[in-house]
Design a binder for this molecule. Structure first.
Ligand SMILES: C[S@@+](CC[C@H](N)C(=O)[O-])C[C@H]1O[C@@H](n2cnc3c(N)ncnc32)[C@H](O)[C@@H]1O
Length: 267
């Protein structure tokens, strides 16, 4: 999330993906003016889009309206020393997970086998494989996300380290990954609970699940403590220990995306 330095735009916040600025909640009357001001202030931006709806559907896509500059939704985005081809209209991507992706990549150990059950265009998978000598299986059900992931694997020279798989994560896990993984990523918060059992089935005797969920808190309540109390019964059921939790981002008033490590240890 960036803030413009111009006086009239000091309070305007917008996301930047490659050379695309994404504005939201700005009325039709002023948004062309706002877009032109953004492009005037940031000469490296070539497109301004307006987010016109929530993330939704199986592929977790947003709708965007073209506002100014070049009329396109694809761009090259640099993040944590990686380069990604993104198409905002075709496959989910959020630039706000930049720190989370770095932290996860740093936490992986060399030689691990990692399953990314909801890979999108391959961001977590590629960042992990660029940092550590590992094998990552990058599954997504969206053909366009998988196509972009394949291109991103080539762009980042991690062919052989990251395998892109076009499939439903549960089906692919049942056929290809049972008991084979040191680590499983579940970066689809709306489905984490549903897919936790599948993630457990992919783990070796010892391993880690990187679990994500949206957490709504009361005033003064800690989102990570709330995450612990919500997930504890589920973790107990699957014989998992609760590890470190952190807030990834705020998504609405008192609503957060929270990340949690769940550990399976050999008794
Ligand atoms: C929130 S996005 C992932 C974003 C990605 N991890 C990142 O950080 O860029 C969730 C992804 O899960 C995919 N997805 C949804 N249901 C799925 C399923 N049953 N199996 C595999 N992928 C699925 C969607 O197509 C979408 O690309």
């Amino acid at each position: 999330m960036r803030s413009s330095s111009s006086a009239s735009l000091t309070r305007l916040r917008y996301d930047v993906v490659g050379d695309i600025a994404i504005i939201k909640d700005i009325s039709h009357e002023i948004r062309l003016h706002v877009a032109q001001s953004i492009m005037k202030n940031r000469r490296n931006l070539s497109v301004v889009l307006a987010k016109s709806g929530p993330v939704k559907g199986l592929f977790r896509l947003c709708t965007f309206e073209f506002v100014a500059g070049e009329n396109r939704t694809s761009t090259l985005h640099r993040e944590n020393d990686c380069l990604f081809l993104i198409d905002l209209a075709a496959a989910h991507f959020s630039p706000r997970l930049v720190h989370e992706r770095r932290l996860v990549a740093e936490s992986v150990s060399p030689m691990e086998h990692v399953l990314n059950m909801f890979s999108g265009v391959g961001t977590f998978s590629i960042e992990i494989s660029r940092k550590k000598p590992v094998k990552v299986y990058s599954v997504d059900i969206n053909p366009e996300a998988t196509r972009l992931c394949l291109i991103n694997v080539l762009l980042n020279r991690v062919r052989g380290r990251v395998t892109a798989v076009l499939a439903d994560a549960a089906q692919a896990t049942g056929i290809l990954f049972l008991c084979g993984m040191n680590r499983v990523l579940l970066p689809l918060p709306v489905k984490s609970r549903e897919y936790l059992g599948t993630a457990v089935s992919a783990l070796r005797m010892e391993g880690i699940i990187q679990y994500y969920d949206f957490i709504q808190v009361d005033r003064g309540e800690s989102p990570t403590e709330r995450m612990f109390s919500m997930v504890r019964p589920l973790a107990d059921m699957y014989g998992l220990a609760l590890g470190a939790a952190r807030i990834v981002k705020s998504v609405a008033p008192r609503r957060y995306l929270v990340s949690l490590e769940l550990r399976r240890s050999n008794p």
